[in-house]
Design a protein around this ligand. Structure first.
Ligand code: FES
Ligand SMILES: [Fe+2]
Length: 392
């Protein structure tokens, strides 16, 4: 898991005007709330007074939880604004200036595609990897389904790798219509991997046979030769893009913004775009079908071991069809080399015992006096390997 990327926090429709919501991402809690203008803010969830949960759901006596554009800690009523600054401490009197250490990390926040995203990291604005741009999102020739959130009990990197894997379809997705492999001729075609145009990941286009595609819904989904084209790629560690060309310039483009909850859990924010079947009444059946396909992947992936991807490709037997997975891992290794990977073993050793961690926010670069410890990071893949060996 990496700091310094954009992560989905919550669907826009799930964040109301009156109370904060809590989201767990990268193993830590965050409080998400809206100010009086409706703008979303994301703060580290841990109140620096004595550890109350700013996004917690306590509603004793129906105390207001958002006051003067501040989220109110449910424990002793400290009020924090969208910049994480404490504006009021009731016990010293409203209007009395709080001490400088009364602040929590606040994260750059953007609301787009029906999702509230936060940049979880401390990079200054001009150095931040961008949020993925869905170029066709506002194009009237395309239609987006409402955001589907898939909750899965496995690590996000395994989930992304599954989406980059052209060899699993015939085995995992009988509903694609590809079952009944011809053992004499079956083979995954070779494909080329390139960089994704937005610059923070990889992309490949793959041509595969779809002879058994009988379902009428997909009758246009075949080229004359009974072939389909599909592409997949990545942007940062946690965003995956899939394009499915179903013939006659009809396409699905699917965007998976993955929220790593912890090592064993991921929430996938799924935006499905299409440039055909544009009428609203198709949304429901498309959602339903996507859910069925997702469930097939889930049943396989909950059993994959170990939960995290191995530190070395020699710990698995990779084939040419796994080229895209290897390319994704190479990108992760670049993020490792920037020192953005959370040292998960060290983190879990101390987190939730006597230590409260926070993802460092951009303001930490310019000011001291931060109460919570920043999450431990590994400075490179080599260090990650060494630490693995040391801890066995
Ligand atoms: S713990 Fe938040 S106000 Fe006391
Ligand atoms: Fe799949």
């Amino acid at each position: 898991m990496y700091i310094n990327f954009w992560y989905p926090m919550i669907r826009s429709e799930d964040l109301g005007p009156d109370k904060p919501e809590r989201a767990k991402v990268l193993g830590l809690n965050f409080a998400v709330f809206r100010d009086s203008k409706g703008r979303a803010h994301v703060l580290s969830d841990t109140c620096v007074h004595r550890g109350g949960s700013l996004g917690g759901a306590w509603e004793l006596g129906k105390n207001p939880r958002i006051v003067d554009d501040c989220v109110v800690c449910p424990y002793h009523g400290w009020e924090f604004d969208g910049q994480g600054e404490c504006k009021n401490i009731p016990s010293i009197g409203y209007g009395t200036k709080p001490p400088p250490r009364a602040k929590v990390d606040a994260y750059p926040t953007v609301e787009k595609y029906g999702i509230v995203f936060a940049f979880l990291g401390d990079l200054p604005e001009n150095e931040r990897p961008p949020l993925l741009e869905i170029e066709e999102f506002t194009d009237p020739a395309w239609r987006a389904n409402s955001v589907l959130v898939l909750e899965v009990d496995y690590y996000y990197e395994r989930s992304i790798e599954n989406g980059l894997d052209p060899a699993h379809n015939e085995f995992v997705h009988p509903t694609h219509g590809f079952k009944g492999i011809n053992r004499e001729t079956y083979k995954v075609r070779d494909y080329d991997v390139e960089n994704y145009p937005q610059g923070w990941g990889m992309w490949f286009l793959h041509r595969f046979n779809a002879p058994g595609l009988k379902d009428e819904t997909w009758k246009d989904a075949r080229t004359k030769a009974g072939e389909l084209y599909a592409g997949s790629g990545t942007h940062g560690p946690n965003t995956m893009i899939t394009e499915i060309n179903v013939g006659n310039n009809q396409k699905f483009r699917q965007y998976f913004f993955e929220q790593p909850v912890d090592q064993n859990r991921t929430r996938i924010f799924f935006v499905n775009m299409r440039n055909f079947m544009l009428e609203a009444h198709n949304d429901g059946p498309i959602h339903a079908r996507n859910k069925v396909i997702a469930q097939q992947d889930i049943e396989i992936l909950v059993d994959v071991y170990p939960p995290r991807t191995p530190t070395s490709n020699t710990k698995e037997v990779l084939m040419p069809a796994d080229k895209a997975v290897v390319a994704y891992r190479e990108w992760l290794s670049k993020f490792d080399d920037r020192g953005w990977r959370i040292d998960w073993d060290e983190f879990t050793r101390r987190n939730g015992k006597d230590t409260a961690y926070a993802i460092p926010s951009p303001r930490r670069r310019g000011s001291g006096n931060w109460v919570l410890e920043p999450v431990p990071l590994l400075s490179s893949r080599a260090e990650r390997k060494a630490s693995k060996e040391a801890t066995g």
